[in-house]
Design a binder for this molecule. Structure first.
Ligand code: NAP
Ligand code: ZN
Ligand code: ZN
Length: 352
């Protein structure tokens, strides 16, 4: 492919439309840019929220996709850390101002100017729409590209770029360590990575799920126990047990129930992004000085650290590789809770 050329993607043109083949133009490779031939692109539930206008911020046409793994096929003259042939990853962000206090502290996701998200956003010129990873190629400034270490199968590596770092970051922020009791709420794309990562950090992990059918999987992924959140008995049995809870649920649900499971000074971190707000009772927090927090993806340093951690611990996502023509069906299956545990699109199938 010649830079600045048209490429094949899959996009949606409106919140009520399915995804379909769509041709876009990527920018020329600038001095600091890396051109990546995409190999695999994961499907995150956030893609569905945005493609269907559920967060109220959708821009169309939209090429979703922020779990990208591919091969570097060209680098700009000033690129320092990548060369042609490297295996590279791109996650949820593709640029930020690089000068504000949050960028200076290495938290690009909180850029005061607003970072450029990989899709459904704009470049920092605030005019050019960004378009995501459901396509054959992407051009990204070097700072927002990470190295995919050897030892992780590439289809299994793609979901690490969002699901991996979004769960790794809060586990590190809240100092997850050997012997901690960690609860993970919701066993989907994010949840299954939270279980694997927390177990690899030495925690004793309990899966809190609405789906009895996932019990054996939860244990295979590294949970020592599995409890149904639909059973009131679970809240009696596990009251006050956890140091940390990571809540990955994509639909509105009760926060008070899960908060009651925290030990004094324990924290529950919300990473799932339901469209409707949840009520939280003051006494759920006052009792036991419990903490309720949120966490947004992870910064670029954490993203690389997470990939290196996964390679060291031989972790990747459990994936079902699909062709582009199965994207709409995959969206429906995710909504029906029928994903084990991430769909990943084979980028060779993004044909016109
Ligand atoms: P997913 O694969 O669809 O998993 C969501 C899980 O939530 C399901 O597997 C299910 O687990 C549980 N669930 C679904 N509906 C439920 C309901 N009505 N009540 C209770 N539990 C329910 O989604 P994902 O890709 O992991 O994403 C999860 C959420 O995180 C999405 O809202 C996504 O937008 C958000 N997200 C946030 C960030 C961030 O930066 N904070 C980054 C990425 C994604 P069980 O069957 O085990 O109950
Ligand atoms: Zn995501
Ligand atoms: Zn900034």
């Amino acid at each position: 492919m010649t830079p600045g050329m048209k490429i094949n993607t899959w996009a949606t043109t409106a919140a009520n439309q399915p995804l379909a083949p769509y041709v876009i133009e990527r920018r020329e490779v600038g001095p600091k840019d890396v051109l990546i031939e995409i190999l695999f692109s994961g499907i995150c539930h956030s893609d569905i929220h945005q493609a269907r206008g559920e967060w109220g911020n959708s821009r169309f046409p939209m090429v979703p996709g922020h779990e990208i793994v591919g091969r570097v096929t060209r680098v700009g003259a000033e690129v320092k850390n990548f060369k042609v042939g490297d295996t590279a990853g791109v996650g949820c962000m593709v640029d930020s101002c690089r000068t504000c206090i949050n960028c200076a502290e290495g938290n690009e996701q909180f850029c005061e100017a607003g970072c450029a998200f990989t899709y459904n956003s704009t470049e920092m010129d605030r005019k050019t729409p960004t378009q995501g990873g459901y396509g054959t190629h992407v051009v990204v400034t070097e700072h927002f590209v990470v190295k995919v270490p050897e030892g992780i199968e590439l289809s299994a590596a793609a979901p690490l770029l969002c699901a991996g770092v979004t769960t790794y970051s809060p586990l590190r922020q809240w100092n997850c360590k050997k012997g901690d009791r960690v609860g993970v709420v919701g066993l989907g794309g994010l949840g299954h990575m939270a279980v694997k990562l927390a177990a690899a950090m030495g925690a004793e992990v309990t899966m809190l799920s609405t789906s009895r059918s996932k019990e054996a999987d939860a244990k295979r992924l590294g949970a020592t126990s599995f409890e149904l959140t639909t059973d009131r008995g679970t809240y009696k049995k596990l009251k006050g047990q956890f140091n940390l809870i990571i809540d990955t649920v994509s639909a509105p649900h009760d926060f008070d129930d899960s908060l009651s499971l925290l030990r004094p000074y324990g924290a529950m971190v919300i990473v799932g992004a339901p469209t409707q707000p949840s009520k939280v009772g003051a006494f759920s927090l006052i009792t036991g000085n419990r903490r309720l927090a949120g966490s947004s993806i992870g910064n670029m340093r954490e993203t690389q650290e997470m990939l290196d951690f996964c390679a060291k611990h031989h972790l990747g996502a459990d994936v079902e590789v699909i062709a582009a023509k199965q994207i709409n069906e995959a969206y429906e299956r995710i909504i029906k809770n029928d994903v084990r545990y991430r769909f990943v699109i084979d980028a060779r199938t993004f044909t016109a």
